[in-house]
Design a protein around this ligand. Sequence first.
Ligand code: ADP
Ligand code: MG
Length: 299
Amino acid sequence: MLNKAPAAPNAVEFADLTLGYGSHPAVHHLSGGVRRGSLTAIVGSNGSGKSTLLKGLVGILKPMSGAISMAAGQRLAYLPQQSELDRSFPARVLDLVALGLWSRRGLFGRHSKDDKARLMTALSAVGLEGFEDRAIDTLSGGQLQRALFARVLVQDADFILLDEPFNAIDAKTVADLIALIGRWHGESRTVMVVVHDLELVRQHFPDALLLARAPVAWGKTGDVLHPENLLKARNFREPWDDSAPWCGGPNAGHDHDHDHDHIHDHQHHRQRDHGHHHGHAAHHHAQEDVSAPPHQVQA
Ligand SMILES: Nc1ncnc2c1ncn2[C@@H]1O[C@H](COP(=O)(O)OP(=O)(O)O)[C@@H](O)[C@H]1O
Ligand SMILES: [Mg+2]
């Protein structure tokens, strides 16, 4: 279970972290810590680096510069975006959920009676009792997400990372999964979730990190989702054609070590131009979903 020994207050700390692909930074200059037991929503436009940050946390991506320091002895659970999952994998729901036991039993360890009971309890907790023998390619999006949450449940992790778990699922499933996240939070696990729906974030997530490659704001959700911050994040556009992305951050000067080109200068100006807009209700409304394009559909 959770670590009872006196522990560092932070589950993880970032020190001027830059993550990216090849020579392209996708998350820039992130510094700060995630408190143990905190529940944080990661928000931002498409391409703002949310999934990249989770991959850095799990260790799939190594920092290009700076550092990620995980407190020792934590068990991690990671749920990728559904678009990254191979749904055609021929497996039953029970097999999928049993993957959560691998980190504890080893890949070829035999499942004990206890394990079987644990799997059935997890399936029941996500509302999938009776589904254990169903092939996963016959599940609806919501049912698959429930099964994936059951997998996270059996992992019994200290630090839980979920990438857009609420996309393209029905309202009842969203409510049930939010309740599970609340339960994990109540158990003092550290939880970070990529979420598009800002109303969900306001209602259920005490802390938020707003990304536009660089962090725009990080802290109490009410402060982070301030209209001015949302405007900054919304004005972020994914300039993947530029070979050295905007590298400023809302408060940054020019004392950083990435090269600049003309596109950068444009982007710095654009940020400045919008700096004096304030949170009119109209803006606020238009930004309710900073990130989702109107027709986004996910498998
Ligand atoms: N495997 C990859 N190879 C190269 N570039 C990538 C890869 N994955 C993501 N990117 C790029 O990194 C940036 C951030 O992506 P991502 O973290 O997935 O954004 P988000 O999850 O916020 O939508 C985007 O410009 C994206 O195109
Ligand atoms: Mg993503």
